[in-house]
Structures are given as C-alpha cells and as structure tokens.
Design a protein around this ligand. Structure first.
Ligand code: PMT
Length: 399
C-alpha cells in the first residue's frame, strides 16, 4: 500500500558515487504522490547536477547556507518545518562524522541539526571506510541520537571492492519508509497511557515518603509512543523532566491522584505502568509540621494497586496492560508472580540492586515476562532505545 500520497519529503544528497541512485529515489517518491525538495551538498554536485535533480523533483534545489535569495524565500529552519521527514541518501562517512559531533558548517548539516522530524540515513561508502572504528563509533552515536539507519548492503562497489557499504537500493529505501508511514497511520487510531516517576505520600505539609524514580524510563516510553503515532497520555509523578510536545500530560503527587487520573483517562489500547508508586500512604496526614520528638511512628495504610485494578477491570481494561517490576532479588520468580497476581499481559523487570541501571540512570536492562510464560532479555542500553524496543513489540502485539 502506498503511504506517500501528499507527504513532503526533504531529500539530502551527499557526495558519493551512489548519488546517481538518488535520482531514482526522487522519481519513485514523485510517482507515489510525494512532494520532494532537495538539498545537494557541495560534493554531491560533483556526482549529480542540480539540473537533473530539479527536472525530476520539479522543485528548486537548495545548496547554499548563506544564499540571500533562498533564506528570504525558504530558510534552513523552514525547510525542516516544511518536511514530514528527512531522507539523507547517500549518507557519506563525512556526513556521519559531522552529525555525530553536531557540526553544522553547510546547509545539509544545519537543516538536520535544526530539525525535529524523523531522519532516515542511507549510508554508502567503501567497505574499509564503513568498517573503520571511527565510522562504527560515529554510527553508534547516531543510533543513540535516534537517527533511523537504512542499510548499507553487501555487494560489488564502484571502487572495485566487494563488501558492506553499498547503498540500499532505492526501491528498498522507499519500502522501508513506506512501512514507517504505514505504522504511523495505523497507530494514529490507537491510544496509549503511560505512568511515570515517583509518588509523594505526604506526612505533614513539608515531608513526604517517596523513592528514587526520576521518570526517565516512562517519559522515554511516552516519547516513543507519540513518535510512532499513538495518541498518548502521560500521568507523571513529580519529576524534573520537560513535558513532551504532543503528549497530554497530567501531573499528580500521590498514588491516589495517579489512580484517579489513570481511571479518568481510560479507555486506551495500551497502558504501560512504569511509575514507582508508593505501596503505602500516611493514614492521617498532619495539618501542621510535626515537631521533633524522641521517637516517632508512622501509621501507614495500603495504597490501591493501579496496575492490579485496571488489569482486572471489567469494562475499562486496555487491550494490552504492561507493568514494570523493580526487583533486587529473585527477579524471575517475583516477576512471574506479579504477572499472574496482577493479571497483566507483560511484566518488564529491572534489577534495581544495580545502580548503573533502573532508578535514575540513563540506562536500563530488562527482561520481559509474557503472559504465555515466555520471556525475553533485552541487554543494557539507553532508556530511550529501550523504549523504542518496547514500543516496537507493543505495535506488533496490537497489530
Ligand atoms: O523513573 P526512572 O528513574 O527512569 O526508573 C525507572 C523505574 C526503575 C522506576 C522503572 O523501570 C520501574 O521499574 N518501574 C516500576 C517500579 C515499581 O514500583 O515496581 P513494583 O515492582 O513495586 O510495582 C510493580 C508494578 O505495579 C509497576 O508497574 C507499578 O507501576 C505498579 N504499581 C505498584 C504499586 C501501586 N500501588 N500501583 C501500581 O500500579
């Protein structure tokens, strides 16, 4: 199915021998109903001419960061704003290196740096350049920055060598992006709810019980769901994180408030409860600040378990209910117990005895326990990338 109809694609062509294939990319995009604006880097012009690009795209070609004419008509910020997504094909080792350091010394790199759109890179270079540790390092950085990398393929190269580094064929690049657009369209009809961060259970007006949760994992999940087209609601405990554009956010303090906000925002298709909700609250919160005493006992009562409640809800249960488990020991046994007792579909377990992951870290390492008793380990990675991995699985489950 064609998902390019009326889409606006900004194609950046860098200077490599496979730049000639970019002309075919423009032809295919136009055939599928997309509008294509193009940026040529200085070296790209050694391989393809602006005239051939403009003839195919039926649009003017952009190439100069300091063009008075272009800046007045469409500046580098507007070019990114105009586009639905950016494709860089071919992406050379030099461009990969520039993007990995955030350098912006020409129109192409400036537009990419200034863009908040989805960016697809189709690398192409000699096999030795591709295998060089600096390219590998730079590429890992780009993956962490969440650029989408397509290819390269293995095959005969223009330089006479054989190996990995050949740009993925235009039709496959188009199929890859078409799949992304298809997911986006399908997911636009889906709703997601995420809980994140800690709760504050007040003892008196100035003191509360809480935990080390920063909210990072939950915010990354909400970000990724939104990016993949879900209508997303984030119910957040107190954190220092910035709201995510396009995500409906409800800020709460206590577990009780989180429970009410969650119920008010159902039904949804998927709920991911990653918040570290306090299991207990103070039975009688003191109106005035408690004076120092020799001994003090806190009278606690149980908070409602939000995950348990919504998983067992007759009419409002989301199609997919995902809980987290923060464990310090017997991770597998405890997680399977939570999965069964709380009636959820998946439990994502993290070992919070390890300070390099879990609470407050930028990294996490989890095992997913599924309802059918299968489980899967996902290695240590940035929480942003883990969120992408989880959302990928959510999409395939909902489809
Ligand atoms: O916020 P970060 O710093 O990024 O850290 C991420 C995290 C470690 C907080 C996160 O990955 C995580 O493990 N979240 C769950 C923490 C937790 O409270 O686990 P639990 O095992 O106590 O609870 C199990 C599940 O029940 C969780 O989905 C929890 O949200 C839910 N729960 C718990 C108690 C309660 N009253 N209501 C709930 O819904």
């Amino acid at each position: 199915m064609n998902n390019f109809e009326n889409k606006k694609i900004l194609l950046i062509i860098c200077g490599g021998i496979s730049a000639y294939k970019s002309l075919e990319i423009i032809r295919l995009l136009k055939k599928r109903g997309a509008s294509v604006k193009t940026i040529l880097t200085k070296s790209a012009k050694e391989f393809v001419t602006p005239l051939s690009v403009t003839s195919l795209s039926q649009e003017k070609v952009y190439d100069d960061l300091f063009s008075h004419e272009n800046e007045a008509e469409m500046d580098h910020i507007s070019l990114s704003r105009w586009s639905d997504l950016i494709l860089v094909a071919p992406t050379t080792a030099n461009t990969i290196s520039k993007l990995s350091t955030g350098s912006s010394d020409d129109l192409a790199s400036t537009v990419i740096l200034a863009s908040n759109k989805e960016i697809f890179l189709a690398p192409a270079m000699n096999v030795r350049m591709w295998e060089h540790p600096s390219t590998k390092d730079n590429l890992n950085k780009l993956k962490n920055f969440k650029y989408n990398i397509i290819g390269p393929d293995i095959g005969d190269m223009a330089c006479g060598e054989y190996g990995e580094g050949k740009m993925t064929e235009p039709v496959e690049i188009i199929n890859h992006i078409n799949n992304y657009l298809k997911n986006l369209k399908n997911n636009e009809n889906l709703k997601a709810l995420v809980t994140a961060g800690p709760t504050h259970e007040y003892i008196d007006p100035v003191r509360f019980i809480s935990n080390k949760s920063s909210g990072k994992q939950g915010y990354e999940l909400a970000k990724s769901l939104k990016k993949n087209g879900f209508e997303t609601t984030l119910i957040s405990g107190p954190t220092n994180l910035k709201p995510i554009p396009g995500v409906k956010q409800i800020n709460i303090n206590s577990a009780d408030e989180m429970f009410n906000a969650t119920l008010e925002n159902l039904p949804v298709d998927v709920a991911i409860l990653s918040a570290a909700v306090s299991d207990y609250r103070i039975k009688n919160i003191e109106k005035n600040k408690i004076k120092k005493k020799e001994n003090m006992n806190l009278n606690l009562e149980k908070n409602i378990d939000i995950l348990n409640h919504i998983s067992k809800h007759n009419s409002l249960r989301p199609k997919l209910v995902i809980g987290f488990a923060a464990e310090t020991n017997d991770i597998s046994k405890n997680s399977k117990k939570k999965l069964l007792e709380k009636n959820c579909d998946w439990i994502i377990a993290n070992d919070v005895s390890d300070n390099s992951i879990g609470f407050n870290s930028d990294f996490n390492e989890v095992s997913i326990f599924y309802k059918n008793m299968m489980n899967e380990k996902i290695p240590k990675m940035k929480k942003s990338l883990l969120a992408e991995e989880i959302v990928k699985r959510v999409i395939s489950q909902l489809n």
